[in-house]
Design a binder for this molecule. Structure first.
Ligand code: KG4
Length: 356
């Protein structure tokens, strides 16, 4: 048993144990997740994805909140069980405060507040986007030195964001460039919808692209100054090109599915990497990470590997389980904030929109 003493000036039971054990809770969109991190090492990461949205071709906020309510208790229970940790051993509860769907966030935030209060332990609020970036700091036995060193660049690409982030410290990040309209994931999802594929489109396009020719078709690329991105023009170019091609061949999509997917993916990856290369050169940084849902994309991962070879980048590609929404990234961020005693109050509201 670890020696435990209680610091009495804290408004809650701040346990100074030999080990720091953080429960992370994530409920910002359509995944209910809980994870346990002990001294930076992951003990469990349970994710319950909501299949209910598939029939609608997108996330239905009201259904997401209801599903979170049903899932949150069993998911937390399972995470503690798999970690072999009792709730009394927890040092703190970290939760996603935002950004995300308000109804979904409220379920996680309310649960975290009640849980922390009942155990009399600190609460730690986590920005979901920060969590994606800091997932790279989840320790792996024997690979502790494989984490990025500050400062590094992180390409944060998801359904709602496309950003180049300069990470100066775990709690000091600067957005160097971001999309001025659609996010990369949003563009992939919308184009896949136009092709009549399922939801979400990202993994489907990724799978089809593996069999296609990335040079079969060309789509327009944006000309945006600086390090910002734009993907709405590509979406329109994709739509109009299909419309023209289908005049001659109504089954054009079916006949060229894999080549369309490969060409679309290659265009998006090129757009992302062009600006990232520019940022790396401008800021003279060669440690480059990728994070967020789109970082699961094989074309993007390969482009990172090619850049490592060609430009000498030291790259950091997350495990697939950390690319989609997960509580492990919330727990590791909570762990880092815990070491700085960066706790939050019970009154803290959720926020649906916020930047890093
Ligand atoms: O980070 P995330 O899970 O959710 C948020 O947007 O916060 O990202 C979801 C996005 C979706 O647009 C989805 O289509 C995309 O990530 N995505 C992918 C892949 N897996 C998920 N895009 C391309 N290739 C993939 N393998």
């Amino acid at each position: 048993m670890n020696p435990t003493f209680i610091i009495t000036f804290a408004p809650f039971k701040y346990q100074k144990t030999m080990s720091t054990i953080i429960l992370g809770i994530e409920s910002s969109c359509d995944d209910t997740s809980a994870a346990v991190i002990k001294d930076g090492y992951l003990l469990s990461n349970v994710v319950s994805s909501q299949a209910v949205h598939e029939a609608y071709g997108g996330v239905v906020p009201e259904l997401a909140s209801r599903a979170h309510q049903q899932n949150i208790v069993p998911v937390v229970h399972e995470a503690l069980k798999r970690a072999g940790v009792t709730k009394e051993e927890l040092s703190a509860v970290a939760f996603t405060r935002g950004p995300g769907l308000m109804g979904s966030l409220l379920v996680g935030v309310s649960f975290a507040k009640g849980f922390a209060r009942s155990l009399d332990i600190p609460m730690i609020d986590v920005n979901h986007l920060t969590g994606h970036v800091l997932a790279h700091f989840i320790k792996v036995e024997g690979e502790e030195n494989k984490q990025p060193g500050f400062p590094f660049l992180c390409l944060l690409v998801s359904g709602g964001n496309s950003q180049i982030v300069l990470v100066k410290a775990y709690n000091d990040m600067e957005i160097l460039g971001q999309t001025i309209d659609d996010a990369a994931g949003e563009a992939i999802d919308k184009c896949s919808k136009v092709m009549g594929l399922g939801y979400p489109g990202g993994p489907i396009i990724d799978k089809l692209a593996r069999q296609g020719n990335p040079k079969a078709f060309t789509f327009s690329k944006p000309h945006i100054p600086g390090l910002d991105y734009s993907f709405s023009g590509l979406k329109t170019s994709f739509l109009y090109s299909l419309r023209d091609w289908m005049k001659d061949d109504p089954d054009f999509i079916e006949h060229h599915k894999v080549d369309l997917a490969a060409s679309l993916e290659a265009t998006i990856v090129d757009i992302l990497m062009d600006k990232l290369r520019k940022a790396a050169k401008q800021y003279k940084i060669n440690e480059v990470a990728v994070a967020g849902g789109v970082s699961a994309n094989n074309g993007l991962r390969n482009a990172f590997r090619e850049h490592a070879e060609k430009y000498g980048w030291k790259i950091f590609i997350p495990k697939f389980s950390y690319t989609t929404d997960n509580a492990a990234m919330i727990a590791i961020t909570g762990y880092m904030k815990y070491l700085d005693k960066d706790f939050c109050s019970m009154e803290l509201p959720a926020y649906s929109r916020v930047t890093l």
